[in-house]
Design a binder for this molecule. Structure first.
Ligand code: NCD
Length: 334
C-alpha cells in the first residue's frame, strides 16, 4: 500500500498524489529529453527523493504490472537498475538481455519482437538498441509506454535524469553553474540528453572539451543556441587547463569505440585525454567529477578516493530515478 504522507501532516508528492500533483508522466513514452518540461523533471526528482527517503512505501505500487526489458546492446547499470527498480515496486519483469540467444539472432525484427512481447500483456517496454530512432519506432509500433534506455548514439534520457538529479543533490541546484564535458562528445548519447535537459534550466554554462574529431554534434549546438544556452568549444588540451578553474562540474565520457565508422579515426584519438590528480589540481577544490560509466582509461582510479569523485553515487542514483519513472509512467497509485 502506498502510504499517505498527509496523515503525518507532512506534505509530500506521493502522499498527496494524485490529488494535488498532476501526474504529467502517466502513460507517457520517454524517448527524448527534448520532450520534458521543467515540471516533468521536478516531478520525477520529487518522487525519487521521497522514495529514497522512505517517506512513502511503494513496495507494492506496481503489483500485477509487467515490465519488459529489451536490451540489444551491452549494459550493466541501466539494465540492472531498471530490473531492481521494477521488482522493488512489485512488478513482474521479462527480459531479453542477450540478443545472441534470443530470436533476434535468427533475424527476428525489432517490430516482431515488440509485438510478441506486447502479446504477453506487458504494461511498459524499456528498450536499448544500437539504432538511432529505435525507441521512437517502437513507441509508434505499440500502444504501451516505451522508455528509451539508449538509442544508438542519439539519446539516453534516463541517464540524463539521474545525472541532473546527482547535480541537484551534490551542488544543491541545477541552475547557475558551469559544466565541462570532456571526452567523446560526438558519439556519446548521454551528452545530447544531458544538454537537452540542462537547456531547461537557467544560467548553465557548458564547455565542450574534446579534440575536433570528438566534438559535440551540430544538432546539439543548434538546440543550445536556440534555447540561449551559453556554450564554448575547447579543442586544445592547454586550453582545457585554463578552463578548469571555471568549472563546478566536470562530466567525463569514454571514447565510444564501437560507434566509430572507421577505426583508423579511433586510433587517432584514443588515449587523447585523461582525468587524473594533475588535471584536477587546476580545478576548484570542490569540483565534482561525473562519468556515466563504464570507464576505460580516461578516468584514473586515483581519483576514486577523492570527495570530488561523484560517479559511483551518480550510478546509485539510477535506482531512485528509475523507480520514480516507472511509478509515474505506470500510474502506480494504491
Ligand atoms: C553509457 C551508455 O550506455 O551510453 N553507459 C550507461 O548507460 N551508464 C555510457 C557508455 O557506454 O560509455
Amino acid at each position: 500500500m502506498l502510504s499517505r504522507g498527509g496523515d503525518s501532516g507532512n506534505k509530500n508528492i506521493l502522499g498527496s498524489f494524485p490529488q494535488q500533483f498532476e501526474n504529467t508522466l502517466a502513460g507517457r513514452d520517454i524517448i527524448s529529453c527534448r520532450d520534458f518540461n521543467r515540471e516533468d523533471v521536478e516531478l520525477v526528482f520529487g518522487v525519487a527523493e521521497e522514495i529514497e527517503s522512505g517517506v512513502a512505501g511503494v513496495e507494492d505500487a506496481l503489483r500485477g504490472k509487467k515490465v519488459a526489458l529489451i536490451f540489444a546492446e551491452p549494459s550493466t547499470r541501466t539494465f540492472q537498475s531498471f530490473y531492481v527498480a521494477a521488482k522493488s515496486l512489485g512488478a513482474d519483469v521479462i527480459s531479453i538481455h542477450d540478443p545472441s540467444i534470443s530470436s533476434m539472432a535468427k533475424g527476428e525484427t525489432l517490430y516482431d519482437t515488440v509485438k510478441m512481447i506486447e502479446g504477453y500483456g506487458v504494461d511498459c517496454i524499456v528498450l536499448r538498441h544500437p539504432a538511432r530512432g529505435s525507441a521512437k519506432f517502437v513507441a509508434e509500433s505499440t500502444s504501451i509506454p516505451v522508455i528509451n534506455a539508449g538509442s544508438g548514439s542519439q539519446e539516453h534520457p534516463t541517464q540524463a535524469l539521474l545525472d541532473t538529479f546527482t547535480i541537484k543533490k551534490k551542488l544543491g541546484r541545477v541552475d547557475n553553474f558551469s559544466m565541462g564535458m570532456l571526452g567523446d562528445l560526438r558519439f556519446s548519447r548521454t551528452i545530447p540528453s544531458l544538454c537537452y535537459l540542462l537547456s531547461k534550466h537557467d544560467g548553465v554554462r557548458i564547455f565542450f572539451m574534446a579534440p575536433e574529431l570528438l566534438q559535440v554534434r551540430r544538432e546539439v549546438e543548434l538546440h543550445l543556441s536556440q534555447r540561449g544556452v551559453v556554450f564554448r568549444k575547447v579543442v586544445k588540451s592547454e586550453e582545457i587547463r585554463e578552463i578548469m578553474p571555471e568549472l563546478d562540474v566536470l562530466y567525463v565520457t569514454r571514447i565510444q569505440k564501437e560507434r566509430f565508422p572507421d577505426l583508423t579515426e579511433y586510433e587517432k584519438v584514443k588515449g587523447s585525454y585523461i582525468v587524473d590528480m594533475k588535471l584536477l589540481s587546476y580545478g576548484k577544490k570542490e569540483l565534482g567529477v561525473m562519468h556515466p560509466l563504464p570507464r576505460v582509461d580516461e578516468l584514473s582510479p586515483e581519483v576514486d578516493s577523492l570527495p570530488n569523485a561523484w560517479y559511483f553515487e551518480q550510478a546509485r542514483n539510477g535506482l531512485p530515478i528509475r523507480k520514480a519513472l516507472l511509478y509515474l509512467i505506470l500510474g502506480g497509485v494504491a
